[in-house]
Design a protein around this ligand. Structure first.
Ligand code: ZN
Length: 377
């Protein structure tokens, strides 16, 4: 990770490289900031900078063999530790190394990794993640060895909040670290870390990313045009994780909208080929996604009802939905809306009771067709 790949945080980058140049890096630091502000990327970028053979203009070169290893998160003098779930057969002592390949891949794909993303990647389900006592002993063993590169040994620990009492194992090594050892602890909640650890480390506060830089991320990562990006950036409140979550939520909503609108078109036309294509799309979604389509539909029907009553202003709807509501309302009257509403609600109930979903949607479309085109029955 290079500093140039990190959004915003310009003054922090300068102070970190100044510290490194003046060999004044505290032996233990807490990179303390909300998820998505860049706390983890900054720790990785500093480790890269410290190991780089030819740093230039306040950043690592990105070209030397050491930078190459850091890009793959495989530098032998950077040790990674992070919360994991227990693997079967390893009892309560699962080590980060059991998930190292997955973690490297997750982080190289998404440097602004969120804890929720990570749990999902480990398929944690209801299992608790943690950093175990065995992990702490393993780290102490690794850090007592001499550095391969003859430079700094850096431990980057993501989320020391998950150490719990196991953190006591690390107190001695934090107090008297082996020569040339640095501890970069990357945290979002200091009140969840043992106070004895917090007191042995220097706190580096990472502020939210400024809005201008969030807008730049929207353009670069999400392909948004500059004007829209500037309007939307403040919603992220300086966190690229929150930004991603917002974008994903919008995508899901837009997908639900699109599939519901398509269902009504398919139901109205009664043609088989479009129906089959639509069923294929919906079958791939999974129960939650399917339910979402129906819930979106209930909302859009409310919009149609108000449209018919000329009371559109009572139910503000997204710009993308307005044309559909206006157009679809022309095919509806109040009894039809009530009947469709009931048919959608019944489908939601059946969906929750594990009905065969493809059959369920097929039957629903047939019923909607009868409701929308009673003259064809
Ligand atoms: Zn380099």
């Amino acid at each position: 990770m290079q500093f140039s790949q990190i959004y915003g945080q310009a003054s922090l980058k300068v102070s970190l490289t100044n510290m490194a140049n003046g060999k004044q890096i505290p032996h233990a630091m807490i990179f303390f900031g909300e998820e998505g502000t860049g706390n983890l990327p900054l720790a990785l970028a500093l480790a890269t900078y410290l190991h780089c053979k030819a740093p230039v203009d306040g950043d690592s070169c990105g070209r030397c063999d050491s930078c190459g290893k850091h890009t793959r998160l495989m530098h032998p003098d950077m040790h990674l530790s992070f919360p994991v779930i227990g693997k079967s057969g390893e009892g309560g002592g699962t080590l980060s190394t059991s998930y190292l390949a997955e973690f490297r891949q997750a982080l190289t794909t998404q440097p602004y990794l969120s804890f929720a993303d990570w749990l999902q990647l480990m398929e944690a389900g209801n299992k608790q993640a943690g950093i175990s006592r065995a992990e702490c002993y393993d780290l102490m063993g690794r850090l007592s060895l001499t550095a391969y590169s003859g430079s700094w040994k850096v431990l980057v620990m993501w989320m020391p909040e998950f150490l719990g009492q196991a953190g006591n194992v690390l107190l001695k090594i934090l107090e008297e670290p082996p020569p040339g050892t640095l501890f970069f602890l990357v945290a979002s909640r200091t009140d969840h870390i043992l106070p004895t650890i917090v007191s042995r480390a220097q706190l580096l506060r990472i502020p939210p990313i400024d809005t201008e830089e969030v807008a730049r991320a929207l353009v670069a990562l999400h392909g948004m045009d500059t004007d829209t990006a500037h309007a939307r950036a403040p919603l992220a409140e300086g966190s690229l994780v929150r930004l991603r979550q917002l974008m994903e939520a919008e995508d899901t909503a837009a997908m639900g909208d699109g599939l519901f609108m398509e269902m009504m078109r398919v139901s109205y036309s009664g043609k088989v080929a479009p129906l089959m294509a639509w069923l294929d799309q919906v079958s791939d979604l999974g129960r939650e996604g399917q339910k979402k389509i129906l819930l979106v539909g209930l909302g859009l029907l409310r919009g149609c009802l108000l449209e018919i009553h000329g009371a559109r202003s009572l139910h503000p709807i997204a710009a993308t939905q307005q044309a559909f509501v206006a157009g679809f309302s022309r095919f509806l009257d109040v009894p039809k809306i009530n009947r469709i509403h009931k048919q959608l609600q019944e489908a939601i109930l059946h969906l929750e009771r594990n009905a065969h979903t493809r059959l369920l949607f097929h039957a629903l479309v047939n019923r909607l067709h009868d409701t929308l085109r009673p003259e064809l029955r």
